[in-house]
Design a protein around this ligand. Structure first.
Ligand code: NAD
Length: 273
C-alpha cells in the first residue's frame, strides 16, 4: 500500500491566526525548528526566532527569505541558553517591540559527541552536566524568562525522544537529559497552569538532522521505525513533527498540558516482536 503523501494535508490559516510564537533551535533548513516555523506560518501564526552564533544568524536570514512576504521580517535575536542575560535581553526586546507571546517552542539539545557513543557508564561529570544544562534546564529558564510575556491560552512545546524512557543504545547522556526535560514539562505545566499556560512535549521519532546524525547508529534507529512501526514503510518527516507541534500550540489542544505526545508513526507502542 502506498503511504499517503504529506501533500494531501492542507494548511489551516485560521488555526494560529493572531498568535505569536517564539521558536528556538533553528540551525539550518533540516532543523525540526525550521519545519515548526514553516508550519506555524502556514497555519496563520507569526514567529520570532532565536539563533546561536553569527553563522547561524546568516543561515536563518537566508531561510527567512523563503517565507511569505509578511513573515520575512520576523525578529531574529541571539540566544545562548547557557546565558541568563541573553534570555533577559530577548524578553526585553520583545517588550520594547510591544510583542506578547502565545507560544514558545524549545527545540534545543546538546551533548558532547564522545558521550553519544560507547558506554553510558563512561559518561563524564562535565558531559552529563552540560547535556542537562543545555537540553533540560534551559526549558525551565526559558519558561521563567518568557512566561511574563504570555497570557492565558499560551502554549509551550519542547522536543524530546523515546530514549528518555527506553534504552536506545548510544543515546546515553541525552536519554538522561530528555528524562529530566520531560519531568520538567510536568512540573512547569503545574506551575504555569494557574496562569493558563500549557506545557507539553512532542516526542519525535528519528529524523535526519545535525543533532540526529551525531548519535551513533542513527540510521539503524530510522530503519527500525520504518520497518516496525504501525505506519510502516514511511520515513517520518520534520513536517509531521512540526504540524503536531502547531496543533499543540493551537487552541484545539486547550485542555492538554503536562503531556508527552509521540509523533513517531506509532513505533513506541510496539512490543518486542
Ligand atoms: P538541530 O541540530 O537542527 O537543532 C538543535 C538546536 O539546538 C540547534 O539549533 C542548536 O543551535 C541548538 N542549541 C544547542 N546548544 C544551544 C545553546 N547553548 N543555546 C541555544 N541553542 C542551542 O537538530 P534537531 O534534530 O532539529 O533538534 C531539535 C530538538 O529535537 C532537540 O531537542 C532534539 O533532541 C529533538 N529531537 C530530535 C530528533 C531527531 O531525530 N532529529 C528526535 C527527537 C527529538
Amino acid at each position: 500500500m502506498t503511504p499517503p503523501s504529506s501533500g494531501i494535508f492542507s494548511s489551516h490559516p485560521s488555526l494560529l491566526a493572531g498568535r505569536h510564537i517564539l521558536v528556538t533551535g533553528v540551525a539550518n533548513r533540516w532543523s525540526i525548528a525550521w519545519a515548526v516555523v514553516r508550519s506555524v506560518v502556514k497555519n496563520g501564526g507569526r514567529v520570532t526566532l532565536t539563533y546561536l552564533g553569527e553563522s547561524q544568524k546568516s543561515t536563518i536570514e537566508k531561510l527567512l527569505e523563503e517565507l511569505p512576504e509578511e513573515n520575512r521580517s520576523s525578529l531574529l535575536l541571539p540566544l545562548d541558553v547557557k546565558n541568563d542575560q541573553d534570555m533577559a535581553e530577548v524578553a526585553e526586546r520583545l517588550r520594547s517591540e510591544g510583542i506578547t507571546l502565545d507560544g514558545l517552542v524549545h527545540s534545543i539539545a546538546f551533548a558532547k559527541r564522545e558521550e553519544l557513543d560507547g558506554a553510558f557508564l563512561e559518561t563524564s561529570r562535565d558531559g552529563f552536566l552540560l547535556a542537562q544544562e543545555i537540553s533540560a534546564y534551559s526549558l525551565v529558564a526559558l519558561c521563567r524568562a518568557f512566561a511574563p510575556l504570555m497570557g492565558a491560552g499560551s502554549s509551550v512545546v519542547a522536543m524530546t525522544y523515546l530514549g528518555s524512557e527506553r534504552i536506545v543504545p548510544h543515546y546515553n547522556v541525552m536519554g538522561a537529559a530528555k528524562a529530566a526535560l520531560e519531568a520538567s514539562v510536568r512540573y512547569l505545566a503545574y506551575d504555569l497552569g494557574s496562569m493558563g499556560i500549557r506545557v507539553n512535549a512532542v516526542s519525535a521519532g528519528p529524523i535526519k538532522t545535525a543533532s540526529g546524525r551525531a548519535i551513533k547508529g542513527f540510521s539503524d534507529m530510522q530503519k527500525a521505525v520504518s520497518d516496525r512501526a504501525p505506519l510502516k514503510g514511511q520515513e517520518l518527516t520534520s513536517e509531521e513533527v512540526a504540524d503536531a507541534t502547531s496543533a499543540l500550540l493551537s487552541p484545539l489542544m486547550r485542555a492538554v498540558t503536562g503531556e508527552v505526545l509521540f509523533v513517531d508513526l506509532g513505533y513506541r507502542q510496539m512490543g518486542m516482536f
